[in-house]
Ligand binder design. Structure first.
Ligand SMILES: NC(=O)c1ccc(NC2CCCC2)nc1
Length: 239
């Protein structure tokens, strides 16, 4: 899979591309992340990428020509990160991870000229109801979430229990030491009894989802075991 990201600030992506899981995945050529510097497509003497808004008002708007030129050099579904977009979520990440190539435009200032959106953008996407100085961090977040779904980037087992992957929030995690400052790891996790551990984890996922994100349970098919565990949880909570 190839993810192109168009930006005026390519340096913002150097750590993202060199560190941790994404860094290793790029080294192993499991995926490609291609950062396109929009400035390189500003052919005028002053390399002007933005200009004043028609109709007046504060701020600057990113000019259409450099964006159209930059888009000529990439392929795939074109996404623009903006508060006006559809909400990004794991379901959309899974859909986008099926694509051979996608291109994300990271805007800046007041945004990009609407003619780019109308004629070139396939999907406007928001990561939440808040405004950022640029679309780079949303682009990085989306690329991270999509990249970890690319085969080989992380072990399959670890994302199968991810929050939202099975429609539930993730269960609690513990590692050594077994006791720290008087706080003990739940006994079942030290028992080596895999079935009991699996049941405990499912129950904890259900409990967290029921308490923190009950909306995720609405319309979700519950297995026989999940129904039994949820009934236990409600009894234990006295609800
Ligand atoms: N909530 C979001 O996903 C989001 C995306 C982009 C952005 N700012 C960008 C948008 C165009 C110029 C700055 N702010 C917020």
């Amino acid at each position: 899979m190839k993810i192109n990201i168009l930006t005026l600030f390519p340096e913002m992506f150097s750590g993202f591309k060199s560190e941790s899981i994404i860094g290793k995945a790029l080294e192993k050529n499991l995926l490609e992340i291609n950062i396109v510097n929009i400035r390189e497509f500003c052919y005028d003497k002053h390399k002007q990428a933005d200009d004043m808004p028609f109709g007046g008002g504060a701020g600057m708007v990113m000019k259409p020509e450099p964006l159209f030129r930059a888009l000529e050099t990439v392929k795939g579904k074109v996404i623009y990160t903006t508060p006006q977009g559809v909400r990004f979520n794991q379901k959309l990440a899974i859909e986008l991870a099926q694509e051979e190539e996608i291109t994300i435009i990271a805007g800046h200032y007041e945004g990009i000229d609407e003619r780019v959106v109308e004629s070139k953008v396939d999907l406007e996407v928001s990561i939440g109801d808040f405004v950022l100085t640029g679309g780079e961090l949303p682009a990085m977040m989306m690329a991270d979430c999509i990249a970890r779904l690319v085969p080989g980037v992380i072990k399959k087992e670890s994302y199968e229990n991810d929050s939202f992957f099975n429609g539930l929030l993730d269960y609690p995690h513990y590692t050594r030491p077994a006791e720290y400052e008087g706080m003990k790891v739940p006994e079942v996790l030290l028992s080596g009894h895999h079935k009991n551990i699996e049941t405990w984890r499912l129950k904890e996922s259900l409990k967290r989802t029921y308490l923190r994100r009950r909306d995720l349970l609405v319309g979700r098919e519950l297995s026989k075991e999940e129904k039994k565990l949820l009934a236990e949880i409600k009894r234990e909570l006295g609800k």
